[in-house]
Ligand binder design. Structure first.
Ligand SMILES: Cc1ncc(COP(=O)(O)O)c(C=O)c1O
Length: 407
Protein backbone atom coordinates (compact mmCIF):
# COMPACT_ATOMS: atom_id res chain seq x y z
CA UNK A 1 0.00 0.00 0.00
CA UNK A 2 1.24 3.47 -0.83
CA UNK A 3 1.88 5.75 2.13
CA UNK A 4 0.47 8.62 0.10
CA UNK A 5 -3.05 7.11 -0.06
CA UNK A 6 -5.60 9.80 0.74
CA UNK A 7 -8.61 7.47 1.20
CA UNK A 8 -8.98 6.35 4.83
CA UNK A 9 -9.52 2.56 5.11
CA UNK A 10 -11.42 3.29 8.32
CA UNK A 11 -13.65 6.40 8.45
CA UNK A 12 -12.38 9.39 10.38
CA UNK A 13 -14.40 10.64 13.34
CA UNK A 14 -17.66 12.33 12.29
CA UNK A 15 -16.57 15.56 13.98
CA UNK A 16 -13.86 15.93 11.31
CA UNK A 17 -16.65 16.58 8.81
CA UNK A 18 -17.59 19.70 10.76
CA UNK A 19 -14.27 21.46 10.28
CA UNK A 20 -11.94 22.59 7.50
CA UNK A 21 -8.24 23.44 7.42
CA UNK A 22 -7.41 26.95 8.69
CA UNK A 23 -7.75 29.44 5.79
CA UNK A 24 -4.58 31.30 6.73
CA UNK A 25 -2.54 28.09 7.00
CA UNK A 26 -3.88 27.00 3.58
CA UNK A 27 -2.93 30.37 2.08
CA UNK A 28 0.59 30.06 3.50
CA UNK A 29 0.90 26.65 1.83
CA UNK A 30 -0.43 27.95 -1.49
CA UNK A 31 2.02 30.86 -1.55
CA UNK A 32 4.89 28.48 -0.78
CA UNK A 33 3.79 26.17 -3.61
CA UNK A 34 3.54 29.02 -6.14
CA UNK A 35 6.95 30.33 -5.12
CA UNK A 36 8.47 26.86 -5.44
CA UNK A 37 7.13 26.86 -9.03
CA UNK A 38 9.18 30.02 -9.63
CA UNK A 39 6.28 32.52 -9.48
CA UNK A 40 6.89 35.91 -7.88
CA UNK A 41 4.23 36.40 -5.21
CA UNK A 42 3.71 39.29 -2.85
CA UNK A 43 2.25 37.76 0.26
CA UNK A 44 -0.24 39.87 2.21
CA UNK A 45 -1.78 36.79 3.88
CA UNK A 46 0.88 36.58 6.57
CA UNK A 47 -0.51 36.24 10.08
CA UNK A 48 2.80 36.65 11.83
CA UNK A 49 5.47 39.32 12.30
CA UNK A 50 8.08 39.39 9.53
CA UNK A 51 10.68 40.37 12.14
CA UNK A 52 13.18 38.11 13.88
CA UNK A 53 12.73 37.23 17.55
CA UNK A 54 14.74 39.93 19.42
CA UNK A 55 18.32 38.80 20.04
CA UNK A 56 18.18 38.82 23.86
CA UNK A 57 15.14 36.51 23.78
CA UNK A 58 16.68 34.15 21.23
CA UNK A 59 19.83 34.08 23.38
CA UNK A 60 17.76 32.98 26.38
CA UNK A 61 16.53 30.05 24.28
CA UNK A 62 20.08 29.14 23.26
CA UNK A 63 21.25 29.26 26.87
CA UNK A 64 18.26 27.14 27.92
CA UNK A 65 19.45 24.39 25.55
CA UNK A 66 23.05 24.74 26.68
CA UNK A 67 22.00 24.55 30.34
CA UNK A 68 19.99 21.39 29.80
CA UNK A 69 16.55 22.99 30.16
CA UNK A 70 15.24 20.45 27.70
CA UNK A 71 12.91 18.41 29.90
CA UNK A 72 9.22 18.07 30.67
CA UNK A 73 8.07 20.83 32.99
CA UNK A 74 5.14 21.27 35.35
CA UNK A 75 1.99 21.21 33.21
CA UNK A 76 0.94 24.76 34.00
CA UNK A 77 4.42 26.17 33.25
CA UNK A 78 7.81 26.80 34.85
CA UNK A 79 7.69 29.03 37.97
CA UNK A 80 9.96 31.60 36.30
CA UNK A 81 7.52 32.10 33.41
CA UNK A 82 4.44 32.07 35.63
CA UNK A 83 6.03 34.80 37.77
CA UNK A 84 6.87 36.81 34.63
CA UNK A 85 3.24 36.52 33.45
CA UNK A 86 1.96 37.57 36.88
CA UNK A 87 4.24 40.62 36.79
CA UNK A 88 3.22 41.45 33.22
CA UNK A 89 -0.44 41.63 34.27
CA UNK A 90 0.47 43.81 37.28
CA UNK A 91 2.72 46.11 35.25
CA UNK A 92 0.70 46.51 32.06
CA UNK A 93 -2.89 45.84 33.04
CA UNK A 94 -2.98 46.61 36.78
CA UNK A 95 -4.45 43.16 37.36
CA UNK A 96 -3.49 40.81 40.19
CA UNK A 97 -3.51 37.08 39.56
CA UNK A 98 -2.35 34.36 41.95
CA UNK A 99 -0.02 31.79 40.39
CA UNK A 100 -2.79 29.16 40.38
CA UNK A 101 -4.83 31.51 38.16
CA UNK A 102 -2.26 31.28 35.37
CA UNK A 103 -1.45 28.56 32.85
CA UNK A 104 1.06 28.33 30.00
CA UNK A 105 0.14 26.61 26.74
CA UNK A 106 1.60 25.68 23.39
CA UNK A 107 0.37 28.93 21.86
CA UNK A 108 -2.76 30.91 22.62
CA UNK A 109 -4.50 28.63 20.15
CA UNK A 110 -4.11 25.58 22.37
CA UNK A 111 -5.47 27.49 25.35
CA UNK A 112 -8.57 28.73 23.51
CA UNK A 113 -9.24 25.20 22.31
CA UNK A 114 -8.65 23.78 25.81
CA UNK A 115 -10.91 26.34 27.49
CA UNK A 116 -13.72 25.42 25.10
CA UNK A 117 -13.01 21.73 25.53
CA UNK A 118 -13.28 21.75 29.33
CA UNK A 119 -16.50 23.78 29.38
CA UNK A 120 -18.66 22.88 26.38
CA UNK A 121 -21.29 20.16 26.42
CA UNK A 122 -23.20 19.19 23.29
CA UNK A 123 -24.95 22.18 21.68
CA UNK A 124 -23.71 24.70 24.22
CA UNK A 125 -23.58 28.02 22.43
CA UNK A 126 -20.60 30.29 21.96
CA UNK A 127 -21.29 33.82 20.76
CA UNK A 128 -18.64 34.93 18.26
CA UNK A 129 -18.78 38.41 16.73
CA UNK A 130 -17.99 38.43 12.99
CA UNK A 131 -15.53 39.19 11.51
CA UNK A 132 -13.76 36.59 13.62
CA UNK A 133 -10.44 34.78 13.64
CA UNK A 134 -10.91 31.78 11.33
CA UNK A 135 -10.25 29.17 14.00
CA UNK A 136 -12.91 30.11 16.58
CA UNK A 137 -16.01 28.52 14.99
CA UNK A 138 -14.15 25.33 14.09
CA UNK A 139 -12.77 24.99 17.59
CA UNK A 140 -16.31 25.30 18.97
CA UNK A 141 -17.60 22.72 16.48
CA UNK A 142 -14.80 20.27 17.32
CA UNK A 143 -15.86 20.49 20.94
CA UNK A 144 -19.54 19.72 20.13
CA UNK A 145 -20.62 23.30 20.72
CA UNK A 146 -22.66 25.62 18.51
CA UNK A 147 -21.07 28.84 17.20
CA UNK A 148 -23.57 31.69 17.30
CA UNK A 149 -22.25 34.27 14.88
CA UNK A 150 -23.10 37.85 15.67
CA UNK A 151 -22.45 40.29 12.86
CA UNK A 152 -20.41 43.31 13.89
CA UNK A 153 -20.99 45.62 10.97
CA UNK A 154 -18.53 47.91 9.25
CA UNK A 155 -20.83 50.83 10.12
CA UNK A 156 -20.19 50.10 13.78
CA UNK A 157 -16.42 49.84 13.28
CA UNK A 158 -16.72 46.01 13.09
CA UNK A 159 -17.74 45.93 16.76
CA UNK A 160 -20.84 44.27 18.15
CA UNK A 161 -23.22 46.34 20.20
CA UNK A 162 -24.41 45.60 23.72
CA UNK A 163 -27.99 45.32 22.39
CA UNK A 164 -27.09 42.71 19.76
CA UNK A 165 -25.16 40.75 22.38
CA UNK A 166 -28.12 40.71 24.74
CA UNK A 167 -30.44 39.57 21.94
CA UNK A 168 -28.10 36.64 21.16
CA UNK A 169 -27.86 35.29 24.71
CA UNK A 170 -29.95 32.18 25.43
CA UNK A 171 -30.11 29.63 28.26
CA UNK A 172 -27.53 27.59 26.33
CA UNK A 173 -24.97 30.38 25.97
CA UNK A 174 -21.69 29.32 27.57
CA UNK A 175 -19.23 31.88 26.28
CA UNK A 176 -18.89 35.21 24.63
CA UNK A 177 -15.62 34.94 22.68
CA UNK A 178 -14.25 38.38 22.04
CA UNK A 179 -11.05 39.38 20.22
CA UNK A 180 -9.75 42.91 20.62
CA UNK A 181 -7.70 44.22 18.83
CA UNK A 182 -9.40 42.10 16.22
CA UNK A 183 -8.07 39.81 13.55
CA UNK A 184 -9.06 40.53 10.74
CA UNK A 185 -10.66 43.98 11.11
CA UNK A 186 -8.24 45.69 13.51
CA UNK A 187 -11.19 46.93 15.57
CA UNK A 188 -10.59 47.77 19.19
CA UNK A 189 -13.28 48.12 21.86
CA UNK A 190 -13.12 51.36 23.78
CA UNK A 191 -13.54 51.53 27.54
CA UNK A 192 -17.11 52.85 27.15
CA UNK A 193 -18.05 50.03 24.74
CA UNK A 194 -16.55 47.43 27.04
CA UNK A 195 -18.46 48.89 29.96
CA UNK A 196 -21.75 48.41 28.11
CA UNK A 197 -20.91 44.85 27.04
CA UNK A 198 -19.82 43.88 30.53
CA UNK A 199 -23.00 45.38 31.99
CA UNK A 200 -24.97 42.97 29.78
CA UNK A 201 -22.87 40.00 30.90
CA UNK A 202 -23.39 41.02 34.52
CA UNK A 203 -27.10 40.27 34.04
CA UNK A 204 -26.41 36.72 32.75
CA UNK A 205 -24.38 34.86 35.38
CA UNK A 206 -24.34 31.63 33.33
CA UNK A 207 -22.23 33.24 30.57
CA UNK A 208 -18.43 33.16 30.60
CA UNK A 209 -16.27 35.76 28.83
CA UNK A 210 -13.16 34.76 26.93
CA UNK A 211 -11.11 37.64 25.55
CA UNK A 212 -8.31 36.96 23.13
CA UNK A 213 -5.78 39.75 23.73
CA UNK A 214 -2.99 38.37 21.54
CA UNK A 215 -2.71 41.70 19.65
CA UNK A 216 -2.82 43.76 22.86
CA UNK A 217 0.41 45.62 22.14
CA UNK A 218 -0.54 46.59 18.61
CA UNK A 219 -2.99 49.30 19.59
CA UNK A 220 -2.17 52.44 17.63
CA UNK A 221 -4.40 55.26 18.88
CA UNK A 222 -5.02 54.45 22.53
CA UNK A 223 -3.62 52.28 25.30
CA UNK A 224 -5.14 48.82 25.31
CA UNK A 225 -7.76 48.29 28.01
CA UNK A 226 -8.52 44.79 29.22
CA UNK A 227 -12.15 44.07 30.22
CA UNK A 228 -11.10 43.22 33.77
CA UNK A 229 -9.57 46.70 34.10
CA UNK A 230 -13.05 48.07 33.36
CA UNK A 231 -15.17 45.71 35.44
CA UNK A 232 -13.33 43.49 37.90
CA UNK A 233 -16.69 42.13 39.08
CA UNK A 234 -16.61 39.63 36.23
CA UNK A 235 -13.30 38.11 37.35
CA UNK A 236 -14.87 34.80 38.36
CA UNK A 237 -16.20 34.36 34.81
CA UNK A 238 -13.48 35.87 32.64
CA UNK A 239 -10.60 34.14 30.93
CA UNK A 240 -7.85 36.30 29.43
CA UNK A 241 -5.92 34.73 26.55
CA UNK A 242 -2.56 36.06 25.47
CA UNK A 243 0.87 34.95 24.26
CA UNK A 244 4.28 35.97 23.05
CA UNK A 245 3.77 35.05 19.37
CA UNK A 246 2.83 38.46 18.00
CA UNK A 247 4.29 40.97 20.49
CA UNK A 248 7.78 39.45 20.47
CA UNK A 249 7.84 37.87 16.98
CA UNK A 250 7.85 34.41 18.55
CA UNK A 251 5.18 32.52 16.58
CA UNK A 252 7.36 29.45 16.12
CA UNK A 253 8.27 29.19 19.80
CA UNK A 254 4.62 28.30 20.53
CA UNK A 255 4.02 29.90 23.92
CA UNK A 256 0.66 31.30 25.00
CA UNK A 257 -0.80 31.96 28.42
CA UNK A 258 -4.19 32.30 30.06
CA UNK A 259 -5.34 34.01 33.24
CA UNK A 260 -8.65 33.41 34.95
CA UNK A 261 -10.52 31.76 37.80
CA UNK A 262 -8.52 28.96 39.45
CA UNK A 263 -11.18 26.25 38.79
CA UNK A 264 -11.03 26.90 35.05
CA UNK A 265 -7.25 27.15 34.95
CA UNK A 266 -7.01 23.84 36.83
CA UNK A 267 -9.33 22.13 34.32
CA UNK A 268 -7.32 23.48 31.37
CA UNK A 269 -4.13 22.30 33.06
CA UNK A 270 -5.58 18.81 33.56
CA UNK A 271 -6.47 18.65 29.87
CA UNK A 272 -2.98 19.76 28.87
CA UNK A 273 -1.48 17.14 31.23
CA UNK A 274 -3.32 14.46 29.24
CA UNK A 275 -2.58 15.85 25.79
CA UNK A 276 0.69 17.72 25.29
CA UNK A 277 2.00 17.44 28.92
CA UNK A 278 3.53 20.92 28.88
CA UNK A 279 4.98 23.57 26.59
CA UNK A 280 8.62 23.27 25.50
CA UNK A 281 10.95 24.19 28.36
CA UNK A 282 13.32 25.97 25.96
CA UNK A 283 10.51 28.18 24.70
CA UNK A 284 9.24 28.82 28.22
CA UNK A 285 12.67 30.09 29.26
CA UNK A 286 12.76 32.42 26.24
CA UNK A 287 9.20 33.62 26.91
CA UNK A 288 10.12 34.43 30.53
CA UNK A 289 12.93 36.63 29.21
CA UNK A 290 10.56 38.25 26.71
CA UNK A 291 7.99 39.16 29.36
CA UNK A 292 10.36 40.22 32.12
CA UNK A 293 13.09 41.84 30.00
CA UNK A 294 13.39 45.26 28.35
CA UNK A 295 10.15 46.09 26.52
CA UNK A 296 11.74 48.53 24.05
CA UNK A 297 11.46 45.95 21.27
CA UNK A 298 7.65 45.90 21.65
CA UNK A 299 7.37 49.70 21.51
CA UNK A 300 9.63 49.82 18.45
CA UNK A 301 7.61 47.15 16.66
CA UNK A 302 4.37 48.96 17.38
CA UNK A 303 5.77 52.22 15.96
CA UNK A 304 7.01 50.36 12.88
CA UNK A 305 3.63 48.70 12.29
CA UNK A 306 1.83 52.02 12.69
CA UNK A 307 3.90 53.47 9.85
CA UNK A 308 3.17 50.44 7.69
CA UNK A 309 -0.54 50.63 8.49
CA UNK A 310 -0.70 54.30 7.51
CA UNK A 311 1.08 53.59 4.22
CA UNK A 312 -1.10 50.62 3.31
CA UNK A 313 -4.36 52.36 4.21
CA UNK A 314 -3.37 55.45 2.18
CA UNK A 315 -2.40 53.41 -0.89
CA UNK A 316 -5.46 51.14 -0.81
CA UNK A 317 -7.79 54.10 -0.26
CA UNK A 318 -6.60 55.50 -3.61
CA UNK A 319 -7.87 52.43 -5.47
CA UNK A 320 -11.38 52.96 -6.89
CA UNK A 321 -13.73 50.18 -5.73
CA UNK A 322 -11.96 49.67 -2.40
CA UNK A 323 -13.08 51.30 0.84
CA UNK A 324 -10.41 50.91 3.47
CA UNK A 325 -11.25 51.84 7.08
CA UNK A 326 -8.25 52.58 9.29
CA UNK A 327 -7.67 49.67 11.70
CA UNK A 328 -7.11 50.70 15.32
CA UNK A 329 -5.01 47.67 16.19
CA UNK A 330 -3.50 44.30 15.15
CA UNK A 331 -1.63 44.17 11.82
CA UNK A 332 -4.32 43.75 9.21
CA UNK A 333 -6.44 45.99 7.04
CA UNK A 334 -9.87 44.80 6.03
CA UNK A 335 -11.13 46.80 3.05
CA UNK A 336 -14.64 46.59 1.68
CA UNK A 337 -14.34 45.32 -1.92
CA UNK A 338 -18.02 45.36 -2.80
CA UNK A 339 -17.30 48.13 -5.32
CA UNK A 340 -15.45 45.58 -7.47
CA UNK A 341 -18.30 43.06 -7.57
CA UNK A 342 -19.93 42.70 -10.97
CA UNK A 343 -16.83 43.97 -12.80
CA UNK A 344 -15.22 41.92 -15.56
CA UNK A 345 -11.58 40.87 -15.75
CA UNK A 346 -9.49 41.20 -18.97
CA UNK A 347 -10.04 37.45 -19.52
CA UNK A 348 -13.82 37.93 -19.41
CA UNK A 349 -14.63 36.60 -15.95
CA UNK A 350 -17.16 38.46 -13.84
CA UNK A 351 -16.16 39.00 -10.21
CA UNK A 352 -19.13 37.65 -8.27
CA UNK A 353 -17.75 37.47 -4.72
CA UNK A 354 -14.71 38.14 -2.57
CA UNK A 355 -13.17 34.76 -3.42
CA UNK A 356 -13.25 35.67 -7.13
CA UNK A 357 -11.46 38.89 -6.21
CA UNK A 358 -8.82 36.99 -4.19
CA UNK A 359 -8.17 34.69 -7.17
CA UNK A 360 -8.04 37.62 -9.59
CA UNK A 361 -5.51 39.46 -7.42
CA UNK A 362 -3.34 36.35 -7.19
CA UNK A 363 -3.50 35.58 -10.93
CA UNK A 364 -3.38 39.12 -12.35
CA UNK A 365 -1.24 40.91 -9.79
CA UNK A 366 0.69 38.09 -8.09
CA UNK A 367 -0.60 39.42 -4.76
CA UNK A 368 -1.97 36.97 -2.18
CA UNK A 369 -4.73 38.20 0.15
CA UNK A 370 -7.45 36.41 2.12
CA UNK A 371 -11.20 36.53 1.54
CA UNK A 372 -13.55 38.07 4.09
CA UNK A 373 -15.81 35.02 3.75
CA UNK A 374 -13.24 32.95 5.67
CA UNK A 375 -13.67 35.47 8.52
CA UNK A 376 -17.46 35.32 8.46
CA UNK A 377 -18.12 38.47 6.40
CA UNK A 378 -18.26 38.23 2.59
CA UNK A 379 -17.49 41.35 0.58
CA UNK A 380 -14.18 42.15 2.27
CA UNK A 381 -10.56 41.03 1.98
CA UNK A 382 -7.81 40.85 4.59
CA UNK A 383 -4.31 42.15 3.94
CA UNK A 384 -1.53 41.86 6.48
CA UNK A 385 0.92 44.72 6.92
CA UNK A 386 3.37 42.55 8.87
CA UNK A 387 5.73 42.97 5.96
CA UNK A 388 8.27 45.62 4.95
CA UNK A 389 7.29 49.03 3.56
CA UNK A 390 8.81 48.42 0.14
CA UNK A 391 6.74 45.24 -0.32
CA UNK A 392 3.62 47.09 0.85
CA UNK A 393 4.21 49.81 -1.75
CA UNK A 394 4.91 47.39 -4.62
CA UNK A 395 1.99 45.11 -3.69
CA UNK A 396 -0.50 47.98 -3.47
CA UNK A 397 0.70 49.30 -6.84
CA UNK A 398 0.13 45.84 -8.39
CA UNK A 399 -3.37 45.75 -6.89
CA UNK A 400 -4.06 49.23 -8.23
CA UNK A 401 -3.00 48.16 -11.73
CA UNK A 402 -5.10 44.98 -11.56
CA UNK A 403 -8.15 46.99 -10.48
CA UNK A 404 -7.65 49.53 -13.27
CA UNK A 405 -7.94 46.71 -15.84
CA UNK A 406 -11.42 45.75 -14.65
CA UNK A 407 -14.38 46.84 -16.77
C1 LIG B 1 -6.80 36.31 17.08
C2 LIG B 1 -5.74 35.28 17.22
N1 LIG B 1 -5.69 34.55 18.34
C3 LIG B 1 -4.75 33.61 18.52
C4 LIG B 1 -3.81 33.36 17.56
C5 LIG B 1 -2.80 32.27 17.77
O1 LIG B 1 -1.76 32.66 18.58
P1 LIG B 1 -0.63 31.62 19.03
O2 LIG B 1 0.48 31.74 18.06
O3 LIG B 1 -0.24 32.10 20.40
O4 LIG B 1 -1.25 30.27 19.07
C6 LIG B 1 -3.81 34.09 16.36
C7 LIG B 1 -2.84 33.81 15.30
O5 LIG B 1 -2.96 34.22 14.17
C8 LIG B 1 -4.80 35.09 16.20
O6 LIG B 1 -4.86 35.84 15.10
Amino acid sequence: MSTTDTLAPVPLARKMQRIKPSASMMAKKKVETLRSEGKKIIDFTIGEPDLKTPAHIAQAGIEAIQNGCTKYTATSGIPELLRAIKEKYQRENKLDFALDQLVVGTGAKQLIFSALSVTLDKDDEVIIPAPYWVSYPDMVLLNDGKPVILEASEHNGFKMTAESLEAAITDRTKWLLLNSPNNPSGSLYTEAELREILAVLQRYPHVLLMIDEIYEHFSYEQDYISPLMVNSGLGARTLLINGVSKAYAMTGWRIGYAAGPAYLIKAISTLISQTTSCASEISQKAAATALSGDQTCVRETTALYKKRRDTMVALLSDIPGLVCPQPQGAFYVFPNVQGLLGKTTPSGKTLSNDLDIVHYFLDAAGVAVLDGTAYGVPGYIRLSFATDLETIKIGCEMLSQACSQLK
